[in-house]
Design a protein around this ligand. Structure first.
Ligand code: PLP
Length: 381
């Protein structure tokens, strides 16, 4: 028999898998499942981006690239980050196959056995797994009692972190809550990071998807440039999940260390995908606005429909998720909802916050209406 490493035995199979397995099983039996559990936009990749990828393939951009990514893409990323108020050079950027790989490399570079990492709950599922695989310990701050906002929970964060805290991960707009943290909240993070010499990952993958607010990039705050690693990617804003393209930007010493891991594992992101990434950054303003507009309308629709059933949710300011308050046993609620109503959602406990289910509104208005109607009919609202 094989013996597996501690780093893997520490990690649980994802709770979301149980839900997808149930959904697949039901669908195979012929059921029509309304899938509100998905973490990806339901739009095609903009055609000009697809064309750029195809043209790059035809032009022979099919070999290895420099490990950190082609210079033209890193230059386009420098410009994108500058638009967000972040100053970086091409030497401070690594292009990765997805933001997930970026996060993995940063955490592997910074976190070893017993190092402490602080998370704001509910937090995206993979942060916990990545920290555990690196041998790190987690300190978790619950934002569910403050409508998922960080500003009212700053005292709790102050309590949670110390000089022993190595890393704090901030994700605004947030998956799974859609919360966008206020400038005052980010300033509070800054003060604590400076006081305790904490490195901060700012996962800004949903930054382009907001409704009437402009999220501030943490790295723009005074005192944060040399302690912030900004992570972003193409999956959500440009509907490019399957292309696998993301990046991180941070202090050059971090880039040099993480670069070793990058070059000895993935080598580089896919060559022609990187070419398509340039097009995505430079020529998709209209396509992105259209997608955000559609998400915005669906968000209002879902909030209104839930209100009609007397369900109050914390209205999200970004991303395409919201947290529905459900029974304490959210796992059982989600399993019941899919079995009885054929509506798939993700239990809040997967994100560290029991008592909620995450709804994704990256679905058509018709399917959203259908899903909520079924939940109500089956007594789940
Ligand atoms: N960060 C957050 C908060 C996410 O929700 C996701 C995707 O679900 C990712 C990072 C990773 O995205 P990708 O690897 O597709 O770029």
């Amino acid at each position: 028999t094989m013996e597996f490493t501690d780093r893997l035995t520490r990690v649980e199979p994802s709770a979301t898998l149980a839900i997808s397995a149930l959904a697949t099983e039901l669908e195979n039996d012929g059921a029509d499942v309304v899938d509100l559990s998905v973490g990806e936009p339901d739009f095609p990749t903009p055609q000009n981006v697809v064309d750029a990828g195809q043209d790059a393939m035809d032009a022979g951009h099919t070999g290895y690239t420099t490990s950190a990514g082609i210079i033209d893409l890193r230059e386009a990323i420098v410009d994108k980050l500058a638009d967000d108020g972040l100053e970086h050079t091409t030497d401070e950027i690594i292009v990765t196959p997805g933001a997930k790989q970026a996060l993995y490399e940063i955490i592997q570079a910074l976190i070893g056995e017993g190092d402490e990492v602080a998370l704001l709950d509910p937090a995206w599922v993979s942060y916990e797994a990545m920290v555990k695989m690196a041998g790190g310990d987690l300190t978790r701050v619950d934002l569910s009692t403050s409508d998922f906002q960080l500003e009212p929970a700053l005292d709790d964060l102050t309590e949670a972190v110390s000089d022993d805290t190595e890393l704090l991960i901030v994700n605004s707009p947030s998956n799974p809550t859609g919360a966008v943290y206020s400038d005052a909240a980010l300033e509070g993070v800054r003060d604590l990071a400076v006081e305790h010499d904490i490195t901060v990952i700012s996962d800004e993958i949903y930054k382009e998807i907001t409704y009437g607010v402009e999220p501030t990039s943490l790295g723009t705050l005074e005192g944060m440039a040399d302690r912030t690693i900004t992570v972003n990617g193409f999956s959500k804003a440009y509907s490019m999940t399957g292309w696998r393209l993301g990046y991180f930007a941070g202090p050059e010493e971090l880039i040099d260390q993480a670069g070793k891991l990058h070059s000895h594992s993935v080598s580089s992101a896919v060559n022609f995908v990187q070419h398509a990434g340039i097009e995505a950054l430079e020529n998709t303003d209209d396509a992105v606005s259209e997608m955000v507009e559609a998400f915005s309308e669906r968000r209002e629709l879902v909030v209104d429909l839930l209100e009609e059933h007397d369900v109050d949710v914390a209205v999200p300011d970004g991303a395409f998720y919201m947290m529905l308050p459900v029974d304490d046993d959210d796992q059982a609620w989600c399993e019941g909802a899919i079995e009885d109503a054929h509506v798939a959602t993700v239990p809040g406990s997967a994100f560290g916050t029991p008592g909620y289910a995450r709804i994704s509104y990256a679905a058509s208005e018709e399917r959203l209406e259908e899903g909520i109607e079924r939940l109500a009919d089956e007594g789940y609202l």
